[in-house]
Design a binder for this molecule. Structure first.
Ligand code: TXA
Ligand code: MG
Length: 311
């Protein structure tokens, strides 16, 4: 085990905060059993105290100790997708303090796959509460540098595990009710979840449990951004007066100040999305135009983040 990871586990043990890589985005970690540590975490995120955080574990066995009821569906999803980019919402056990659940009776559990995250979880030995390591409402970090830029001295140590491979946050499935509900789409698609469960998974409804990823505007750059359907992009560009930054599938247009191109393929697009939004935000333009990706299940995670970034 590396010296840095040992130090990070030490910081967590004394109630401090550590930035660490996961395969989805970078997390800001705190000891999930410590009320003080979690309070420090909320303060650094500038996150309201009634918003729950996800708790990370080294394996499913450790994770499920924090749930008082582990339905068969949870076992199936764990077998299919853990370690990996999936969070499950289950009814919480007495192990899980209400300070990590935002006062709710349920808990978000995840077993990440990134080797550095796994090493840290093993070294620490307990649950690590970790929201994305950005300030509340802003674009999630996918590199160690993003974390340092966002949180500065509020985080004692940031473990560098390279750019996040998935690039958007984990899919969140609520298994605490009668039927499974997809609260936040991610790399793992609804059809894949349904296949592993052998049952249908509902799309989030308005009365689903509160979660900050469910707020309208979120994952958002500071520059006003909007989505433009592919067939309208050319017309929009033709009538531009301001300096704009464009995120598109096609090749650069010389009438546009700043142009970024992403692959027409959902995994590659997701991987680069947040770094692209940061770059476009820093381009010094009046607005950002984003070419709308296809309306297909494998694009659901990307489309969800883009809706929020532009709402
Ligand atoms: O990929 C990820 O999930 C990353 C990495 C670091 O693991 N974490 C992440 O955490 O995105 P955060 O806090 O930025 O988003 C977690 C989402 C929030 O929308 C939160 O409200 C929701 O999960 N959540 C957590 N516990 C919940 C619960 N008991 N019920 C409903 N939603 C919950
Ligand atoms: Mg977040």
């Amino acid at each position: 085990m590396s010296e840095e990871v040992r130090r990070a586990a030490e910081i967590l043990r004394r109630g401090g905060l550590v930035g660490f890589p996961t395969e989805t985005v970078y997390g800001l970690g705190a000891d999930a059993s410590s009320k003080d540590a979690v309070a420090r975490l909320y303060a650094a995120k500038r996150r309201p105290a009634d918003h729950p955080v996800i708790v990370h574990f080294a394996d499913a066995k450790a994770a499920f100790k924090w749930a008082r009821d582990v339905p068969e569906g949870a076992q199936k999803l764990a077998a299919a997708f853990w370690p990996g980019p999936l969070t499950m919402i289950l009814k919480r056990s007495p192990q899980a303090g209400d300070f990590v659940t935002g006062g709710q009776d349920t808990i978000g559990l995840r077993v990440p796959a990134h080797p550095v995250a796994r090493e840290l979880l093993k070294a620490f030995g307990g649950g690590i509460a970790a929201p994305s390591a950005n300030r509340f409402g802003q674009v999630s970090p996918t590199t160690a540098m993003h974390v340092k830029q966002d949180l500065g001295t509020d985080v004692e140590l940031v473990l560098d595990g390279g750019p996040s491979e998935v690039g958007i946050e984990s899919a969140i499935v609520d298994l605490s009710g009668e039927v499974p509900v997809l609260l936040r789409p991610g790399r793992i698609s609804r059809p894949e979840l349904e296949k592993a469960l052998g049952t249908l998974v509902q799309e989030k409804r308005a009365d689903s449990p509160r979660h900050s990823g469910g707020l309208e505007r979120h994952y958002a750059p500071k520059t006003p951004a909007r989505l433009v359907p592919p067939h309208e992009l050319d017309r929009e560009i033709a009538r531009l007066k301001d300096k704009v930054a464009v995120l598109a599938f096609s090749r650069p247009d010389e009438r546009v100040e700043y142009w970024l191109r992403l692959p027409r393929e959902p995994l590659g697009y997701a991987q680069k999305l947040y770094a692209a939004l940061r770059e476009l935000d820093e381009a010094g333009c009046e607005s950002i135009l984003i070419e709308t990706p296809p309306d297909a299940p494998e694009w659901a995670g990307v489309r969800d983040r883009l809706m929020r970034a532009t709402s």
